[in-house]
Design a protein. Structure first.
Length: 229
């Protein structure tokens, strides 16, 4: 994976208030750490960082040029997003060196099509591997072409590029191929689903009614107390 050059500024404000001001300024709060060095708090340009992640994925390698003269090569270790705004809240960046081996989680993509009338159950969508810090793959492939019900795809089945080694347990389950339910099976389970829904609605109604009765009782008690006084 090619590295992306990105500028950064030292960050002097910390805490929630400081982070909010950083984000309002169009930047992403981040911290650089690793190799026994003291963590360095920086702010990254939000648009450039987002564009790099969209193109290269969560394991995009960054060549960071901080305005105080610091230069660093780093990989995202943890990215916090706002699920509603779909913006980046904070980034932990791990310092790396060229030629250094790192252990990192890489997304796994299933390729091909399983046999007809099957469903694919995803057990793990990432896999831990060891690779050169400058050659971390953006994803790994695992084939399910023609897979019949009962087939299990494990970490050992995932295709690894040259120079990439498996760090996870080879028996780690990535996906399972199961038989898709028939129309008769779906129809048979429909009454159970409807019954469960009705019971849940009834229970909710009972709780609401109990709450209303309790509130009424409290109100009545309060009125009686004021009358007596």
């Amino acid at each position: 994976m090619s590295e992306v050059k990105i500028s950064a500024e030292p960050r002097t404000e910390f805490g929630k208030g400081g982070a909010r001001r950083t984000r309002r300024a169009g930047k992403v709060p981040a911290v650089l750490y690793g190799h026994g060095e003291k963590p360095k708090h920086i702010a990254l340009p939000a648009r450039e960082f987002a564009a790099a992640i969209r193109k290269g994925g969560a394991n995009q390698l960054f060549a960071i040029d901080v305005s105080d003269g610091t230069q660093a090569l780093a990989l995202p270790k943890a990215i916090q997003r706002d699920p509603i705004k779909d913006t980046f809240e904070h980034v932990d960046l791990l310092l790396v060196r060229r030629g250094e081996k790192v252990t990192i989680d890489v997304p796994v993509q299933l390729t091909g099509e399983a046999a007809k009338n099957t469903l694919i159950v995803h057990d793990h969508d990432t896999l831990s591997v060891t690779a050169d810090a400058t050659k971390v793959p953006d994803h790994l492939d695992a084939s399910i072409e023609g897979a019949e019900p009962g087939v299990q795809v494990t970490a050992a089945d995932v295709e690894l590029p040259a120079g990439v080694e498996l760090a996870a347990d080879p028996q780690l389950l990535i996906a399972t191929v199961t038989a898709a339910p028939t129309a008769e099976q779906l129809e048979a389970t429909l009454p159970e689903v409807e019954q469960a829904t009705e019971e849940a609605e009834a229970e909710t109604g009972e709780v609401t009614e109990e709450g209303a009765e309790a509130s009424a009782a409290e109100a009545e008690a309060g009125t009686e107390g004021r009358t007596e006084s």
